[in-house]
Design a protein around this ligand. Structure first.
Ligand SMILES: C[S@@+](CC[C@H](N)C(=O)[O-])C[C@H]1O[C@@H](n2cnc3c(N)ncnc32)[C@H](O)[C@@H]1O
Length: 270
């Protein structure tokens, strides 16, 4: 993967998301997600809320045919970046589609597998998005969808340092990240979409990054307070990064940062 310079890290966007979160955490989590529903050769797969496309790429490795995999996201910027990263990774045939998860412009009963990694909590119309995921699934098709269960130590470190610096509530918009971390709500959403055999499993994903400073810089640049941070003089910016890393000191090992995050994964069938 292309190394990201300090300048790019501070600018945010899909390049930084890919270089920080995908490299540190979402890539390994995507492997867990496809394993949860045994994505296999011959499966037609849709990745909803695909972001920079790591789940779609991971699925394409298993289906044997990248053309059988579609990634969708409401953000044109993400879809464009996903296409670029997939081509670079050797999957130019994955199909990318810009659309709201609550209005997927594809026919009923098209996919064997629907995947959605850390996307549903950000979608305003959650029942609508679940209904669409169920609609495009073939009868007997499989769903695997993950959400964060609780604020991770990274979120807590950001809150401590950035709320202290900029005022109480500064990092509140970030609470959306784990706003759907409730097993009962996931069950209700699955039932509301007519899905069966719904199970929610709990586990912990690690954000592992060999360069903690780059990772935290990128994570901030991709956050809701990126605009505030961007305006700071370099010395102030770097001080805040240092303070956040101090909060995370117990999660540093000899390889860098290794920070746990609690995750819920819903699997179900149509
Ligand atoms: C945290 S990212 C996860 C991206 C990717 N699934 C991954 O694992 O790296 C959440 C994604 O959900 C997308 N998203 C938010 N609301 C959406 C909606 N209504 N429909 C489709 N995608 C949406 C965002 O644009 C973003 O790319």
């Amino acid at each position: 993967m292309t190394e990201v310079s300090g300048f790019q890290l501070k600018r945010g966007g899909p390049e930084v998301y890919e270089a920080s979160w995908v490299r540190a955490q979402m890539g390994r989590a995507a492997e867990d997600l496809v394993a949860a529903v045994n994505v296999a050769p011959g499966d037609r797969v849709i990745d909803v809320g695909c972001g920079t496309g790591v789940v779609a790429r991971t699925a394409a490795e298993l289906t044997g045919s990248a053309a059988d995999v579609i990634g969708t996201d409401v953000s044109a910027e993400m879809v464009e970046a996903a296409a670029k990263f997939a081509a670079e990774a050797g999957y130019p045939d994955i199909v990318w589609l810009e659309c709201d998860a609550a209005a997927i412009p594809l026919p009923d009963a098209t996919f064997d597998v629907v995947l959605c990694q850390q996307g549903l909590q950000f979608m305003p119309d959650k029942p609508g998005a679940m209904a669409e995921m169920a609609r495009v699934m073939k009868p007997g098709g499989r769903l695997a969808l993950s959400v964060w269960k609780a604020r991770s130590p990274i979120g807590a470190a950001f809150s401590t340092v950035l709320d202290r610096e900029f005022g109480e509530g500064t990092t509140a918009p970030w609470d959306m990240v784990y706003s759907l971390g409730d097993r009962n709500r996931l069950h209700d959403l699955a039932a509301g979409a007519g899905l069966r055999e719904a199970y929610v499993s709990f586990d912990v994903k690690f954000a592992r990054h060999p360069s903690p400073t780059n990772f935290i810089t990128g994570a901030i640049a991709g956050s809701p307070i990126a605009g505030t941070i961007e305006k700071l003089p370099v010395s102030e910016h770097d001080r805040l990064i240092r303070e956040i890393l101090e909060e995370l000191a117990e999660f540093q090992d000899d390889y860098g940062l290794a920070v746990p995050a609690q995750c819920l994964t819903l699997t179900a069938r149509r």
